[in-house]
Design a protein around this ligand. Structure first.
Ligand SMILES: C[S@@+](CC[C@H](N)C(=O)[O-])C[C@H]1O[C@@H](n2cnc3c(N)ncnc32)[C@H](O)[C@@H]1O
Length: 276
């Protein structure tokens, strides 16, 4: 059984609390929220088996291995299968990672590859990801989630930090008309589409769409923790506390690079699932 314990936006208030508490990796953007969120949420213990899916060049896995005495792996094919290898190589060469982070074992494969001989199943106490899930094609998502669930031991925790467009001001243009078209149009479309979604063709544009995807993927093996409320698109649009991708990142990293472009607010949300 997989129990959904959290499905909510990451907040600026929380990010500031991570700073106040001196939690390592606290910074001022999405990853500056997400990495400390992992440290603040997971009660890491010595000897636990932990894997970051899409760990890429992050220093967090090495920190978890050193600080808590966990056995830490990273599963990442560095964009080979998705054709994004050039994009992810901007931080360095993957071959150098093992020397740089000697306490981490790198597995050069991808979640979703069920036939993998190098990815263990029923092995990890913790499976987590930061800014990775949104890079997976929606049609491959059910396979990736089933595979991650299979990697997890009973009693284990799955924690994902996922970037998602906030359904506000999605239409280009400054006027009220485009604000309404972008926000209401988006909300109406996805509110109408979510009930008709399937695991093979999910609607992953809203938090409720994600919850419905989990239910469809795991069926009777999925449940929500009692009292868990998931924010709708309208409430998400009005929520001013969501941690956003800083404009500097949007300007520099996303194509066309280093050029003026329309700034859509991209936020981050967290998902916590427990396997029993
Ligand atoms: C934005 S980077 C992740 C950044 C990293 N987690 C951090 O905190 O700096 C996304 C990574 O996800 C990896 N990735 C995408 N799909 C994957 C999959 N199915 N299994 C494992 N890694 C995947 C990509 O190769 C890429 O290295």
């Amino acid at each position: 059984m997989l129990t959904l314990e959290q499905l909510r936006w990451g907040t600026v208030t929380e990010l500031m609390q991570f700073h106040d508490a001196g939690i390592p990796f606290a910074d001022w953007g999405i990853k500056g929220h997400n990495r400390p969120f992992i440290l603040a949420t997971v009660p890491f213990k010595p000897g636990q088996t932990v894997v970051e899916i899409g760990g890429a060049y992050s220093e967090l896995p090495q920190h978890i291995a050193r600080q808590f005495g966990c056995q830490v792996h990273v599963i990442d094919d560095f964009g080979v299968e998705s054709g994004e290898a050039e994009m992810w190589s901007r931080w360095g060469q993957r071959e150098e990672l093992e020397q740089k982070n000697p306490d981490v074992k790198y597995i050069f494969d991808r979640a979703g590859n069920f036939g993998s001989t190098v990815i263990p199943q029923n092995f990890y106490d913790v499976v987590f990801s930061v800014s990775t899930i949104e890079h997976i094609p929606e049609t491959a998502m059910a396979g990736v989630f089933r595979h991650m669930e299979a990697m997890l031991k009973p009693g284990g925790l799955m924690v994902h930090c996922i970037d998602l467009q906030i359904p506000l001001k999605l239409h280009r243009g400054p006027g009220l008309q485009s604000l309404l078209a972008g926000t209401l149009g988006y909300w109406l479309y996805f509110a109408a589409a979510t009930p008709f979604a399937s695991a093979a063709k999910p609607q992953l544009k809203t938090l409720r769409g994600w919850k419905s995807f989990l239910r469809q993927t795991f069926g009777s093996q999925f449940r929500s923790a009692p009292g868990l409320q998931v924010e709708g698109a309208v409430s998400s649009s009005l929520n001013s506390d969501i941690v956003l991708e800083p404009m500097e990142i949007m300007y520099k990293i996303y194509p066309p690079k280093n050029q003026t472009k329309f700034y859509r607010r991209k936020g981050t949300f967290v998902m916590v699932l427990r396997k029993s």
